[in-house]
Design a protein around this ligand. Structure first.
Ligand SMILES: [Zn+2]
Length: 95
């Protein structure tokens, strides 16, 4: 066993539940008021959760509503403003 092998931190997507290197996910965190936010730096000192950054399917509103609850609309806005998933509106409209 080579202990020098680079350790790759894996994170699990809350929607599709697959584990990936964290570069392949977006991070979200919950602030002290229990409101969820998109974590641009991926370093917020707070509880974090992850969603794939390569699959629009992981941003379906059924997943986001279930996980983010009251913060759903907030999260939606932050995703639209800060990520490549501007198309998220089309997923939401369809439901
Ligand atoms: Zn996913």
């Amino acid at each position: 066993m080579n202990l020098r092998a680079k350790h790759i931190p894996m994170r699990r997507c809350i929607s599709c539940r697959s584990s990936k290197p964290k570069e392949q996910l977006l991070r979200f965190f919950k602030d002290s008021n229990n409101t969820w936010h998109f974590d641009k730096t991926q370093k917020a000192q707070a509880r974090g959760s992850w969603i794939c950054n390569d699959s629009l399917d992981c941003y379906k509103s059924k997943y986001l509503k279930r996980y983010f609850g009251q913060s759903y609309h907030n999260i939606l806005e932050e995703i639209k403003l800060n990520t490549k998933f501007q198309d998220i509106s089309s997923l939401v409209k369809g439901e």
